[in-house]
Design a protein around this ligand. Structure first.
Ligand SMILES: Cc1ncc(COP(=O)(O)O)c(C=O)c1O
Length: 496
């Protein structure tokens, strides 16, 4: 007897992918399925669900690279199966990472002798780089305090309140108190004078940011260096500086070479930079460079025997991919100084087009600076009817992902929209975005205000006995109400 197979049980390759039973029925999402499914079906199911993600090229929230040359994509795919940690097996990859460390150290003016090797390491990103730099400062400070017979159990670090979340992580994970210099309205970076004042004998370092996440502004590292030098002289301490150059480290050397922020300043002992931001590599690579061997305590370094030679390593993880290291090396040799400068200048020109377009609408205050990371951070001048969260929401309809967020403590009543200009954000897109923002403003002008309606209901409920609110209080209330409204609907817009 011939048994006939039903279509749903037969070989998937016979059927249209979308008609196969694997795609027609839903798979268990949070538990492993009992049986295997064909590779075509697995691909299609995942590919289709991913179509609902935003388009990375239109994700203007992120500093992280979303486009690389096809030649580099080939190198990335060719090395996707290489574990970076197998240094004996992949000695060339190790050599390329060492070359990157040296190239970047020279870019940051590390005081290296003619044939002296730079001290640094490739990481997964600036966050890991910052954990390592912070650990080195903590250990160095502890060693000194122990040698002096002084307590070493209350280390602190001084930063601006604008620091990226990775500094809070470092403080919590490695038990260091984070002392934040407060921001004020209109001044969204760390004030070096206030930072120097906050330093005490337990301060392991002051962290300055070259390119604040909130508005791209460069902090004044030179002034900080001068103030701390003076304070160190007076107190006998030797409080050092770390520069978080996650975004600015691959911008300043090419377009603002005259700004002194790096190892040209004697108190700068370590610097981190994200290779995957303006280093122009896809997500997964960062760098930390130390001024000299003395700034990285020996006991934190692990020594690996690499082809009979000593390869010092200092990272938080063990295995990781090699592709990003190789891609970084590709960008450094392919672009050279000229290429990086061209890319950064182009980003700045496109930033200017966007900024001027927004200014022309007459509706926004620009809170980013011309000297800094090429981004435009802007706030509405008038919040009486609508706010930045509504603009962000409506822009999604055009495909744009533009985050809106409130500033940290002491400036939290200020909300901004931020557009990061990356290499692949062309002039056409900049002009197009201005047009779409104008359309959104026009649409909002014709819509009733959700927020004032909400507040009106609340006011109605309270009726008498309510004291008159100032414009600032009303604005804060509008922001809080809207934030709650947005949060109720979804998680906060991510700002990296
Ligand atoms: C100033 C600053 N520091 C650190 C980080 C963390 O960088 P990464 O994403 O490379 O870990 C960011 C991310 O945006 C940043 O802007």
């Amino acid at each position: 007897m011939v048994l006939s197979k039903t279509a749903s049980q037969s070989d998937v390759s016979v059927h249209s992918t979308f008609a196969s039973r694997y795609v027609r029925s839903s798979l268990p999402r949070f538990k492993m399925g009992e049986n295997s499914i064909p590779k075509e079906a697995a691909f299609q199911i995942i590919n289709d669900e991913l179509m609902l993600d935003g388009n990375p090229r239109l994700n203007l929230a992120s500093f992280v690279t979303t486009w690389m040359e096809p030649e580099c994509d080939k190198l990335i795919m060719a090395s996707i199966n290489k574990n970076y940690v197998d240094m004996d097996e992949y000695p060339v990859t190790t050599e390329l990472q060492n070359r990157c460390v040296n190239i970047i150290a020279h870019l940051f003016h590390a005081p290296l002798g003619e044939s002296e090797a730079a001290v640094g390491v490739g990481t997964v990103g600036s966050s890991e780089a910052i954990m390592l730099a912070g650990l080195a400062f903590k250990r160095k400070w502890q060693n000194k305090r122990k040698a002096e017979g002084k307590p070493y159990d209350k280390p602190n670090i001084v930063t601006g309140a604008n620091v990226q979340v990775c500094w809070e992580k470092f403080a919590r994970y490695f038990e260091v108190e984070l002392k934040e210099v407060k921001l004020t309205e209109g001044y969204y970076v760390m004030d070096p004078a206030k930072a120097a004042e906050m330093v005490d004998e337990n301060t392991i370092c002051v962290a300055a940011i070259l390119g604040s996440t909130l508005n791209g502004e460069f902090e004044d590292v030179k002034l900080l260096n001068d103030l701390l030098t003076e304070k160190n002289k007076q107190t006998g301490w030797d409080t050092p500086i770390h520069v978080d150059a996650a975004s600015g480290g691959f911008i300043a050397p090419f377009v603002f070479p005259e700004i002194e922020w790096d190892f040209r300043l004697p108190l700068v002992k370590s610097i981190n930079v994200s290779g995957h931001k303006y280093g122009l590599v896809y997500a997964g690579i960062g760098w930390v460079i130390w001024r000299s061997k003395e700034d990285l305590p020996e006991e934190l370094i692990f020594h690996i025997n690499y082809l009979g030679a000593d390869q010092p390593t200092f990272t938080l993880n063990f295995s990781k991919g090699s592709s990003q290291v190789i891609a970084q090396y590709y960008q450094l040799i392919r672009l050279g100084y000229e290429g990086y400068r061209n890319v950064m200048e182009n980003c700045i020109e496109n930033m200017t087009v966007l900024k001027e377009g927004l200014e022309k609408t007459g509706r926004f205050t620009i809170v980013s600076k011309d000297i800094g990371v090429p981004l435009v951070a802007f706030s509405l001048k008038d919040h009486s009817l609508h706010n930045e969260f509504e603009i962000s929401d409506l822009l999604r309809r055009f495909g744009w992902i533009v985050p809106a967020y409130t500033m940290p403590a002491d400036a939290q009543h200020v909300t901004v929209l931020r557009v990061v200009i990356r290499e692949d954000f062309s002039r056409t897109l900049a002009e197009r975005l201005v047009l779409d923002i104008e359309k959104v403003l026009h649409e909002l002008d014709t819509l009733p205000s959700k927020i004032s309606a909400k507040l009106a209901i609340a006011d109605e409920a309270k009726k008498d006995g309510v004291e008159k609110k100032t414009a600032l209080e009303t604005q804060r209330e509008v922001t809080t109400a809207w934030k709650k409204f947005v949060m109720d609907k979804k998680k906060m817009n991510g700002v990296c």
